[in-house]
Design a protein around this ligand. Structure first.
Ligand code: ADP
Length: 404
């Protein structure tokens, strides 16, 4: 009996131990599985956070990079990848990734000093980060770099934003050229006026009535020139200001513009015995736009034809016709024309053709055609010119029928 009890007790103990061991093993397995699940969840969360961060940084319009202390790229957003022509950027030293060292220099300065850097870099077309895609000529960039507030003892990371400021740079350049050209154009008549004033006052010529009158007449001519240049510059400035109210848009009969300018130029036309032909299949044709600027466009084009050909036998055609969705407007003459080398530059401010006849003799500011072009562009139209000297010089404007 005692034996049986002992066997029973032993069996019970073994069973209990087996259950214990089994349970223990099971719970160890369970906790290992839990740890794995946590690890997976953490990795997933981390990946989701990283994807979310990348999505946000990709949404930035500007190219954005993260760079480590070895100047190697650790992250590049979509705009950065596109900027660098989808070349491999990750883990590459920035000196290698940036084509021009001037771009890298600004960033390296930030890495060395830890100080934020905002540096403007102007590059020739060949070394633009856009590579073969660059067709804008000189291109300008701002490198904006600053160290992130990294946790202590970690490798410092620097964020870099690359801003394309080429358009602003070009506009600034055009403005600078405009001011330089305008000053140059104004300086000549001012110097002439000053010269004559000196003669009159310092050399005591006022008593010589005849001479004084001659001097004053020349001075008035040059003062007129100054006001013409200033007037033209103001018109250009108004058109370029892009103000919504720069144009007063309303329907008007194109024929009424033609009548206006023919009236204003009547004496010149009569003196030069110029012949004017008007080609308008529909004489009641109506344009939608600013009548003031359209009259100015027409005036400048017809006046140019007369100015450049101050002799008899000149024929000028003014035309307007609706073709499809566009109005075609043209001014053509059979005068001296424009040499083909000058044609591409003719709409530039202050550009005047150096021809055999002296431009000094011909009244003009070199701003007339730029005003024409600006006014037409403000109406969403385009202008082109073709010239066969002595046969036909034709300015053709195409403007949407619906207007603005
Ligand atoms: P400008 O005030 O000198 O007339 P524009 O900008 O109107 O300035 O014209 C620029 C130049 O284009 C003129 O100086 C002239 O040399 C040339 N040009 C314009 N229209 C004609 C034309 N119909 N025939 C010949 N040359 C022209």
């Amino acid at each position: 009996m005692t034996n049986e009890i002992a066997i029973f007790a032993t069996l019970s103990a073994i069973t209990a131990l087996t259950i214990y061991v089994f349970r223990h093993r099971h719970s160890r397995k369970e906790s290992a599985a839990e740890v794995n699940a946590w690890k997976l969840r953490l990795e997933l969360d981390l990946k989701q956070a990283r994807d979310e961060r990348n999505r946000l940084l990709d949404a930035l319009g500007d190219p954005f990079l993260l760079v480590d202390s070895n100047a190697e790229i650790r992250f590049a957003n979509e705009a950065a990848r596109a900027l660098f022509g989808n070349r491999e950027l990750l883990n590459r030293p920035i000196r290698e990734a940036f084509i021009d060292p001037r771009l890298a220099d600004a960033l390296l300065r930030c890495l060395e000093t830890g100080e934020p850097v905002q540096s403007r870099v102007v590059l020739p077309q060949q070394t633009s980060p856009r590579g073969d895609l660059e067709n804008r000529g000189v291109n300008a960039w701002i490198i904006d770099a600053a160290q992130l507030s990294n946790p202590p003892d970690s490798d410092p990371i620097t964020r870099v934003i690359i801003r394309d400021v080429t358009t602003a740079h070009q506009i600034e350049q055009v403005r600078k050229d405009f001011v330089a050209n305008a000053s140059h154009e104004l300086r000549t008549p001012l110097a002439i006026i000053n010269g004559y004033l000196e003669n009159l006052l310092d050399d005591d010529m006022l008593d010589d009535k005849e001479m004084s009158r001659r001097f004053l007449t020349v001075m008035r001519k040059h003062a007129d020139r100054i006001s013409r240049i200033v007037e033209d510059m103001l018109v250009i400035s108004r058109l370029e200001s892009g103000e919504a109210n720069a144009l007063k848009v309303e329907p008007f009969r194109f024929r009424s513009c033609i009548n206006d300018i023919l009236e204003r130029l009547e004496s010149v036309i009569r003196n030069q015995k110029a012949e004017i032909l008007i080609t308008m299949p529909d004489p009641t044709i109506t344009l939608q736009g600013d009548r003031f600027y359209w009259t100015q466009v027409l005036f400048n084009l017809v006046e140019n034809a007369l100015k450049q050909n101050p002799y008899s036998g000149l024929h000028i055609e003014i035309g307007c016709q609706l073709l499809g969705e566009n109005h075609h407007i043209w001014v053509a003459d059979n005068g001296v024309g424009i040499p083909s080398a000058d044609l591409p530059h003719i709409f530039r401010r202050f550009y005047r053709v150096e021809k055999h006849h002296s431009q000094q003799e011909i009244k003009g500011t070199g701003l007339g055609l730029s005003i024409v072009k600006r006014a037409i562009e403000a109406h969403h139209g385009t202008i082109g010119v073709t010239s066969v000297p002595g046969r036909e010089t034709k300015f053709l404007i195409t403007v949407p029928r619906e207007g603005l």
